[in-house]
Design a protein around this ligand. Structure first.
Ligand code: GH3
Ligand code: MG
Ligand code: MG
Ligand code: MG
Length: 321
């Protein structure tokens, strides 16, 4: 077993943002090289939305990536440095920004200009001079569509019982991190966690208490990782999985042991467990690192599964890697 040296809690370049929907007002980013135009649109929308603004491409792309992300971008086309079409193309090409709807608001009023904007992926196109009521209505429509999409995404990627990310979200992130790892050559670790003798828990305390236990374990596990890129998900049943980018064997075992300690500290009574008088975890850890490479993300999962099986065989309430 590796010694448990400290893992620095530095932020990773990609944030594995949890699938959450913000509850504050929707944000609109208004982009125009002329402040007077920005002002006119902002005046129209500021009572209903949080407004942020940019007068050039660089600022636009920066604001589009920064949390809280805009829910809609109103984009001018004619601008001195980079035109709105080029900005739209960049927004749509980037995974981090492609889901933000764009409405062009422009002096270009020819059919081919509008067609080009829509072909680039814009949600709508408004030519100037505009009618304020129509602008407001089109903006409202796009924002409500965006919020509905966010909600569906949240439902699709979050586990309903424990409210932590689900297996689908985990598998998506695992693929992304595996691809990122193969470009940049850093270690990637995985923990498979299984509650010990949980069937006996359900049998004796009832299924409702079992559900509550799963919720409390999930919430406690989710609090452990220090880095934004770490991900704790419910894999299914009473199994959880943890993805640890840029983390080697030492770091992974450290996080795993912290998780076991966190659940011990919760001290959820399990009088019928042959292992202890409270809920315990078995954990299998696997890692892909230069001195110990793994061939695929699937192989990484299988290795964690095998280690988990060994943890069970060796008596449970332990971490094996
Ligand atoms: P082991 O230590 O070998 O892991 O034993 P175990 O009893 O935990 O393993 P087993 O796979 O036999 O049983 C898992 C139990 O988890 C059975 C199942 O009813 C329970 N379970 C799975 N999902 C849920 C759930 O959503 N709610 C509740 N209450 N129980 C669940
Ligand atoms: Mg302009
Ligand atoms: Mg199990
Ligand atoms: Mg179990």
């Amino acid at each position: 077993q590796p010694s448990c040296s400290s893992r620095s809690p530095h932020a990773s370049p990609t944030r594995n943002t949890r699938p959450e929907v913000r509850e504050q007002r929707a944000t609109i980013l208004i982009v125009d090289d002329q402040p007077a135009n920005i002002h006119a649109l902002a005046k129209l929308l500021k009572d209903d939305y949080r407004i942020i603004t940019a007068t050039n491409a660089t600022k636009t792309l920066e604001l589009a990536q920064r949390d809280p992300r805009p829910d809609l971008i109103l984009l001018d086309i004619l601008m001195p440095d980079q035109d709105g079409y080029a900005i739209c193309r960049e927004l749509k090409a980037d995974e981090a920004t492609h889901a933000i709807p764009v409405i062009f608001v422009t002096a270009l009023d020819q059919a081919q200009d509008e067609a080009k904007g829509l072909q680039l992926g814009a949600a709508d196109y408004i030519s100037k001079p505009f009618n304020p009521a129509i602008v407001r209505a089109r903006v409202n429509n796009q924002v409500s569509l965006k919020l509905k999409t966010d909600l569906l995404e949240k439902i699709a990627l979050q586990d309903g019982l424990t409210e932590i990310p689900n297996r689908r979200y985990f598998d998506r992130k695992l693929t992304q991190e595996w691809n990122r790892q193969s470009r940049h050559q850093y270690p990637l670790s995985l923990l498979m966690i299984d509650i010990d003798h949980f069937k006996l828990y359900n049998d004796h305390y009832g299924h409702g208490a079992g559900d509550e236990c799963l919720r409390r374990v999930a919430q406690a596990l989710a609090k452990v990782p220090a880095r934004a890129a770490d991900l704790v998900a419910r894999y299914g049943g009473e199994e959880f999985v943890v993805l640890l980018p840029e983390t080697d064997a030492n770091g992974a075992c450290e996080v795993g042991e912290q998780m076991r300690a966190a659940i011990h500290a919760l001290a959820l009574p399990h009088a019928y467990s042959p292992v202890a008088d409270h809920i315990t975890l078995s954990i299998g850890a696997s890692m892909h690192q230069p001195q110990q490479p793994v061939t695929s993300a699937e192989a990484l999962k299988q290795a964690a599964d095998r280690a988990l099986y060994q943890a069970k065989e060796q008596g449970r309430d332990r971490l094996v890697w």
